[in-house]
Design a protein around this ligand. Sequence first.
Ligand SMILES: [Ca+2]
Length: 222
Amino acid sequence: MITKTIQVGFAVAALGLVSIFASQVKVTIAHNPNATATSAFKFRDVPPPAKDDAAFGSKLLLLDGDIDPNGSDLSVLTDGLTPTDEDQPGANFFFDAGTGGGRFRIDLGSVINVAQINTYSWHPNTRGPQVYRLWASDGSDPKFNAEPKGSIDPASCGWKVITVVDTRSKEGEDGGQYGVSITDAGGLLGKYRYLLFDCYVTEVADNWGNTFYSEVDVVAKK
Ligand SMILES: [Ca+2]
């Protein structure tokens, strides 16, 4: 298993005051290559997919892009289940072949203290790695747009960028299973109700660059 950690720091000045606080978003990427990936979805430094997390059964909404009819709809991302095989379209959500990704939203139903956001994927080659930008909101901004289409910059309507995830390696031998865990050094990512995922293709050399996403977990701070 290979694990790498990326530290992303944001400094935010609020309300024109000198008050500056820093959050330390940490992205932990775990990879099980094809030879060792199993249906157990076990990783060294990322927890396995959960069923009792805050995203279980939450409402999902497609905001941009086309769903591949060979795969599942968005609900597969929060059903607590993961594929039992490395190439199982019906157990994954993915954007349509030959398209450039898309955007979807998770509504947790109410504002919660989010400690972790974990994403899981599995495919034997170019649809294994994950490349996305994650946004979040508590919905309180007067300009808040709960359903920003792909042409709208979420930053302009009450959303905050949490981080960018890119699990691809320089070597490009990226098939297998991925677990990504997004946390904060302080223990709390933030108080959020909505999460927005801008998903990108892992490559454009052929039509098979849209990731097979298996599950998204949101872990509330205890
Ligand atoms: Ca699932």
